[in-house]
Design a protein around this ligand. Structure first.
Ligand code: KIV
Length: 303
């Protein structure tokens, strides 16, 4: 017979999502108390952090539960990276992930980023390459359909017009230079970029072009630390490094790498802050054995 006992809701007791995603600065308060700082990170916060020399902590996220934990832990930016193609979908490259899939995951992450973090969603391969207008329309879809605070786009001067079109319409854009995984078939490898004089000067030129076009921040992936320092010092906007040394204005890691879920991936720039793969395997193996031995559930775990 079907139980009539109501099943406790999984999210019972959980705080309701903020109804106002950007808590307003309370200049209008008339009780004499000091105005509260807005807590939600915005492009303005990122600009101010650069001015004050404060570092930006960015981490990738792809779902509600992790986004919520990262938000509570104080991460400034949650990036719905197209690395979701690799770590969530199990593809070899970032090429296959679609705009629809990015939108779906970005929505989940926005739901989890309840208090603090800004959510940025990657524009996947072929969502912006065809024309500036198509890229603009797709960036607009991401903003409207997910609630993200901005988009990220790979490429240098060749995407400057895209960036200009989007930022003029109020869509915050993060650039991405150095190793740009969507161009894997153009380069043929994931080697360090910017190691020759020509590549380094091209990258500096691209960084300036993106800044002039309106990016609010720029990911620098897998380039020499000295080059990242020179780019960082030359820009008003924040640089966010991954494999780009310690001089960037912020850092980003893929969550599966820094939490030790992807054990087979060992680039030197990844620092593992946990070994979740082991923890998960051990937990599930104990669960499996408890079930098979009739140890789970016990009396206290039954009704
Ligand atoms: O897709 C991604 O996760 C990224 C980061 C590595 C910067 O672009």
């Amino acid at each position: 017979m079907k139980s009539t006992t109501p099943r406790p809701k999984r999210n019972a007791g959980v705080k309701k999502p903020l109804e106002v995603p950007f808590p307003v600065r309370s200049e209008s308060r008339n009780d004499g108390s000091a105005p509260r700082e807005p807590r939600r990170v915005t492009t303005r916060t990122i600009r101010e952090m650069k001015r004050r020399g404060e570092r930006v902590a960015m981490i990738t996220a792809y779902d509600y539960t992790f986004a919520r934990l990262f938000d509570e832990a104080g991460a400034d930016i949650l990036l719905v990276g197209d690395s979701l193609s690799n770590v969530i979908q199990g593809n070899e490259t970032t090429i296959p992930v679609t705009l629809e899939e990015m939108i779906y995951h970005a929505r989940l992450v926005v739901r989890g980023a309840r208090e603090h973090a800004m959510v940025i969603c990657d524009m996947p391969f072929m969502s912006f390459q065809v024309t500036v207008e198509e890229g603009f329309r797709n960036a607009g879809r991401i903003m409207k359909e997910t609630g993200a605070g901005g988009v990220k786009i790979e490429g240098g001067e060749r995407v400057a017009d895209h960036v200009r079109r989007m930022s003029e319409a109020g869509i915050p854009v993060m650039g991405h230079l150095g190793l740009t995984p969507q161009s894997i078939h153009e380069f043929g490898s994931y080697r360090t970029r910017g190691t020759t004089k020509e590549e380094a000067s091209r990258l500096k030129h691209d960084a300036k072009a993106l800044e002039e076009a309106g990016v609010f921040a720029l990911v620098l992936e897998k380039i020499p630390a000295q080059l990242a320092k020179e780019v960082t010092d030359s820009l008003q906007v924040s640089t966010i490094g991954i494999g780009a040394g310690p001089h960037c204005d912020g850092q980003v890691l893929v969550m599966h790498d820094m939490l030790g879920l992807t054990e087979e991936f060992h680039p030197r720039f990844v620092r593992r802050y946990a070994s979740l793969a082991n923890t998960v395997r051990e937990a599930v193996s104990k669960y499996d054995s408890d079930i098979k031995k009739g140890k789970f559930p016990n009396k206290e775990e039954s009704y």
